[in-house]
Design a protein around this ligand. Structure first.
Ligand code: NDP
Length: 332
């Protein structure tokens, strides 16, 4: 794979310019370009510039509102709904999170339900932002069916990611963010683009047979849930929280409605925040540090989020797939 070095400021400028050209207003372009740049900064490449052609496709087809103006409404004292106005999810998140933080600091627990948005990003962005404010963060979202429930050969679930973040005293938060499929679809697409195999059993081909070929999985095949029926139940829970509870589309409904332009389908997101200060009491931080000491003292372990946070320390250029860069430059 040929790569081209690009500094983070240039990545931001490129994303911002392309999004603006295809209809994003300054606030919408800023929110999405920031999310894309942070993904490249942290080495979450399948959610960085790789997503720009899809973002553009959904602006061109007018599926997504590039001038969205999300609005917060309190459903109860500590449950807030963000009406996303059919824009990209990072815009609704930017509008909703400050209210969630304020509410959680008052009540110890807060819920943000995000409706009518198009999510094409990693979820650590929102959970980590909560942990940076000394709150525990949990987020999940559904997508279009690409994952077969345990035992099935046909898809019903999205890759349904879930992210959890825990704040720490003198360190970056502990954050995990993972698809509930064996692999995120973006990673399968990147493997297909770069001609790599994926681990055998990542998905099934169109005949319902287990395969290691990412092309067979993305063209007519399906992904499998991680951990068989256990991951399958977590994927089901995410459908219920992000669609059933939020009051937005289940993955199968999103597929019925989507125009398949290559951009993100419509759907909701469920975010929950908890204040350890209010729930566990003053000693919560030192207490959990003792747990992390035990965990990291075991040979072979590392804390989730550490790889990204290490990547973040590098302020040099990022290596961008040259073909992708050419595609994006042609969009300007
Ligand atoms: P990975 O399998 O790459 O990583 C999952 C998590 O496990 C990460 O938090 C990672 O931390 C952690 N981890 C990896 N290796 C270890 C280890 N040895 N010890 C401890 N922790 C470890 O992620 P996925 O491919 O499943 O998902 C990639 C992204 O795709 C996610 O950000 C997800 O939000 C996004 N996604 C978005 C969708 C959407 O609709 N918007 C749909 C599906 C996925 P670290 O980052 O530090 O490596």
């Amino acid at each position: 794979m040929n790569t081209t070095p690009l500094r983070l400021e240039k990545i931001y400028d490129l994303a911002y310019s392309v999004l603006s050209k295809y209809g994003c207003d300054p606030f919408n372009a800023e929110c999405v370009a920031t999310t894309v740049t942070h993904a490249e900064r942290d080495g979450s490449v399948s959610h960085g510039l790789f997503r720009i052609p899809g973002y553009v496709a959904s602006l061109k087809s007018k599926k997504v509102n590039g001038a969205s103006k999300p609005i917060n409404t309190h459903l109860t004292n500590n449950a807030i709904r963000v009406e996303g106005d059919y824009g990209f999810a990072p815009v609704a998140i930017k509008v909703g999170l400050p209210e969630l933080i304020k509410t959680t600091r008052n009540y110890g627990i807060g819920i943000l339900t995000i409706k009518n948005t198009h999510h094409f990003a990693a979820l650590w962005h929102e959970t980590e932002a909560l942990a940076e404010k000394n709150l525990i963060g949990l987020a999940c979202t559904a997508y279009k069916p690409v994952v077969a429930p345990a035992g099935a050969k046909k898809p019903l679930y999205g890759t349904n990611p879930i992210s959890f973040a825990w704040p720490r005293k003198n360190s970056t938060p502990v954050v995990f963010d993972m698809a509930t499929s064996t692999m995120a679809l973006g990673e399968v697409q990147v493997a297909a683009r770069d001609g790599h195999k994926v681990p055998f059993g990542t998905g099934l081909n169109s005949k319902g047979e287990k395969t290691d070929d990412p092309v067979a999985i993305s063209n007519g095949g399906v992904l499998l849930p991680f951990g068989d029926y256990k991951g399958s139940s977590i994927a089901m829970m995410i459908e219920l929280l992000a669609a059933g509870l939020v009051g937005d589309l289940f993955s199968f409904e999103a597929a019925n409605e989507d125009n398949n332009d290559g951009g993100p389908s419509r759907g909701g997101e469920f975010i929950m925040a908890i204040s350890p200060e209010l729930i566990a009491g003053k000693n919560w931080n030192d207490h959990s540090e003792k747990f992390f000491e035990q965990l990291t003292s075991l040979d072979g372990t590392r804390l989730p989020g550490q790889r990204r946070h290490n990547n973040r320390k590098d302020d040099g250029p990022r290596k961008i797939n040259s073909e992708l860069l050419q595609t994006i430059n042609q969009l300007i």
